[in-house]
Design a protein around this ligand. Structure first.
Ligand SMILES: [Zn+2]
Length: 223
């Protein structure tokens, strides 16, 4: 956040998609930042049941103490809508090894940005992310290294084709994606879908105005 000149104390809302540590790892730290170490009751925490309470194989991922710090804690399931930072946000369905997992769809003034989260392909995703200008997909695997409950290159292309965003952003690459080549996956998806596809990089920001403009990390400090 420091590299991107983002002040944690100006955070409006912390959203956690599901109860896996690569997704909730820094949530408590960010809540500390949002609430100035707990001295200020502010902001929202939004997460599904597994993250807030645990359940099944999962233990609670955010401590009870940290859940008392924000002004509001919202437990979400797919289809729930809430306000965050002046935007309407909807929790979207996901098919993942955490059965409570969700994605998030953000209706901004410049259009919809949708984050699929960790999920395998499912019919419900097409409707949930319909109309998105920017579709963010967690590409954990390639078609060769596919694992259940995750998106891989071919299913990512299916989802992108069905939704037809102006740009698709791939992120959350697994080892197999690096082994088989990130650029190869981008090329395959662009060729099959005709949709502009962007491989996310650390610290990349994307501007969504009349056009969609990615700013790679190297340009972030120069702005
Ligand atoms: Zn996961």
């Amino acid at each position: 956040m420091r590299s991107l000149h983002l002040d944690p104390a100006l955070t409006d809302c912390v959203m956690v998609s599901h109860c896996h540590p690569d997704h909730y790892g820094d949530a408590e730290m960010l809540i500390e930042g949002m609430t100035k170490g707990g001295h200020r009751h502010s902001g929202k925490l939004v997460a599904p049941r597994s993250v807030l309470e645990g359940g099944g194989k999962f233990s609670q991922a955010i401590s009870t103490y940290h859940q008392t710090l924000p002004q509001e804690v919202i437990r979400v399931a797919p289809g729930d809508r809430f306000q965050a930072a002046g935007m309407m946000v909807e929790a979207t369905p996901a098919v993942h090894s955490d059965p409570d997992a969700v994605g998030f769809r953000f209706d901004t003034q410049a259009g919809t940005v949708s984050y699929v989260g960790d999920s395998e392909i499912d019919d419900r995703l097409f409707h949930a992310h319909e109309g998105a200008r920017v579709l963010i997909i967690n590409l954990t695997c390639t078609t060769r290294t596919r694992i259940p409950m995750h998106m891989y290159t071919e299913t990512a292309a299916d989802l992108i084709s069905g939704i037809g965003p102006e740009a698709a952003v791939l992120t959350h690459f697994g080892v197999g994606v690096f082994e088989d080549g990130v650029d190869e996956q981008v090329r395959y998806i662009e060729k099959r879908t005709g949709v502009r596809t962007i491989a996310a990089e650390d610290l990349m920001t994307i501007e969504m105005g009349r056009e969609i403009v990615p700013w790679p990390a190297r340009s972030a400090s120069g702005r």
